[in-house]
Design a protein around this ligand. Structure first.
Ligand SMILES: CC(C)(COP(=O)(O)OP(=O)(O)OC[C@H]1O[C@@H](n2cnc3c(N)ncnc32)[C@H](O)[C@@H]1OP(=O)(O)O)[C@@H](O)C(=O)NCCC(=O)NCCS
Length: 188
């Protein structure tokens, strides 16, 4: 881990822990914001996600503000179960900032014609600090090392925040995708 310095490196660094490939932890350093994506999280880490981001009525209202395809999350347990059972080549990454679980990115083909799609949630109390932007940047950079070759983002048309996060990360809208109330963005 000593090879991780210096801080303030402008591009993501992928760190392979000795003897383990691909990594379970992928580290990214932005100025003053150490952010980590945790692949294959433990049950304790998932429970922390639930406590920090999925517990209160306010947390759920935040997540459900712009329901994707009108699907809403009824409670944290339901969402944690979904993350535990990604299957079909899916991935679940928890977003950790300064050692605290603040959100997640999931990836896979849950909806047949929405293939290779990522989802991104940052808990309400951690929003507005650039966490989602940095987490998506790290995920896009780490994807090839994880064998992920295509990344699409599907979202509600009115979800300005995630649209902005994708655009900042260079993702572009696919105008050929036509579905009422849903937009598709592509990486590369
Ligand atoms: C969307 C979400 C991930 C953004 O997380 P975040 O950590 O607050 O995002 P950031 O701080 O990185 O903000 C990135 C940009 O979005 C902008 N933004 C944030 N909220 C916004 C809003 N409501 N309307 C418009 N722009 C918004 C920010 O101003 C920033 O742009 P800037 O750098 O040009 O100022 C978070 O709000 C969330 O989890 N929402 C609920 C779940 C969801 O809708 N997920 C997406 C569906 S897959």
């Amino acid at each position: 881990m000593s090879a991780l310095s210096p801080i303030n490196v402008p591009v993501p660094l992928i760190v392979f822990r000795k003897g383990i490939a691909p990594p379970d932890e992928i580290l990214y350093f932005a100025s003053n914001m150490p952010l980590k994506l945790i692949r294959n999280p433990t049950e304790d880490q998932l429970q922390e996600l639930g406590r920090n981001c999925l517990e209160s009525a306010e947390d759920l209202a935040h997540i459900n503000a712009h329901p994707y395809r009108n699907v809403t999350v009824e409670n944290g347990a339901q969402l944690l179960d979904f993350l535990r059972n990604q299957g079909n080549g899916g991935h679940c990454f928890l977003v950790s900032q300064d050692g605290e679980i603040v959100g997640f990115i999931n990836y896979g083909s849950v909806i047949p014609h929405h293939r290779n799609a990522f989802g991104l949630v940052i808990g309400k109390r951690y929003t507005g600090r650039g966490v989602a932007t940095t987490a998506l940047s790290q995920f896009l950079s780490a994807a090839p090392a994880l064998g992920i070759v295509e990344i699409n983002g599907y979202c509600a048309t009115a979800n300005a925040a995630i649209i902005r996060v994708m655009e900042i990360n260079g993702m572009v809208r696919d105008p050929s995708f036509q579905e009422d109330g849903t937009l598709k963005f592509k990486a590369n």
